[in-house]
Design a protein around this ligand. Structure first.
Ligand SMILES: Nc1ncnc2c1ncn2[C@@H]1O[C@H](COP(=O)(O)OP(=O)(O)OP(=O)(O)O)[C@@H](O)[C@H]1O
Ligand SMILES: [Mg+2]
Length: 236
């Protein structure tokens, strides 16, 4: 089974867009995909525009949001703080069970975090630990702009320190007026320094058309990277 955790260098960098596009593309290729947002803050359970609902539509989910996006909090803050403000502690064992139930009978598990890898869930656990606990390889999404090299390298370091395999970095073209001199070289430098596959995602003409989004991630090479088995390190 393919198990991927999608994280970002920040909030609002395109994690949901990338996860939804991957879900749509892999579904189109014939994979049975679970696209999961285990904890979502800043939303109501039945908000049709929330990340969980977007992911469910992208994966043609029929099992209902309670299966693929089980835990919501109203306050738009990190899960640990949202849980504190709601006086509703996050039950990690229940979350484990929910994720495994969502992944049941699927070929691919795509799971979107919130913010970045060190966003706290509880005092002891952040997304890095959750991804390790759920045996997820990592896809890192970052905006392709000045600062991306540092942000991506920090996230790769955090992932590797947690024992996670980085399957791909997505440099996402959101915004920008063409004056940022770093944009054309960020991918090359990160690949050179970190030895990870990098794909570049252009600005989407529309963000609600799943076929368009699926085409973009196919063309970027990301779907091939995810659909291929992870490289096995040579034995020594
Ligand atoms: N390649 C792109 N082209 C055009 N718009 C994009 C692109 N990537 C992301 N966006 C837009 O940028 C905004 C942020 O993207 P998205 O919601 O996917 O980020 P996120 O990292 O999932 O955010 P959050 O941390 O809130 O979950 C959205 O309005 C999305 O439609
Ligand atoms: Mg999101």
């Amino acid at each position: 089974m393919i198990r991927i955790g999608v994280t970002g260098t920040d909030t609002g960098v395109g994690k949901t867009l990338v996860t939804a596009a991957l879900a749509a593309a892999l579904t189109r290729r014939g994979f049975r995909v679970a696209a999961v947002k285990p904890i979502e803050t800043g939303c109501e359970f039945d908000d049709p525009n929330r990340d969980g609902a977007r992911l469910a539509r992208a994966a043609n989910e029929t099992r209902g949001l309670a299966v693929v996006a089980p835990l919501t909090f109203q306050e738009p803050v990190a899960p640990m703080l949202a849980a504190e403000l709601a006086a509703r502690p996050i039950d990690l064992d229940a979350l484990d069970r929910a994720v495994e139930k969502a992944a049941e009978d699927c070929d691919v598990l795509l799971l979107e975090g919130a913010g970045g890898l060190f966003v706290p869930i509880t005092a002891a656990v952040s997304y890095a630990e959750l991804f390790a606990r759920w045996s997820l390889d990592v896809v890192i999404v970052a905006v392709n702009r000045l600062g991306a090299i540092n942000h991506v390298r920090l996230t790769i370091a955090a992932a590797r320190a947690a024992g996670l395999t980085v399957r791909a970095v997505v440099l996402n073209q959101i915004g920008g007026d063409g004056s940022d001199r770093s944009v054309g070289d960020n991918a090359r430098l990160i690949a050179l320094l970190e030895h990870v596959p990098i794909v570049q995602l252009p600005r989407a003409p529309t963000v609600d058309d799943l076929a368009v989004a699926a085409n973009l991630v196919e063309r970027s090479g990301l779907v091939d990277l995810i659909a291929a088995p992870a490289a096995v390190p040579p034995s020594v």
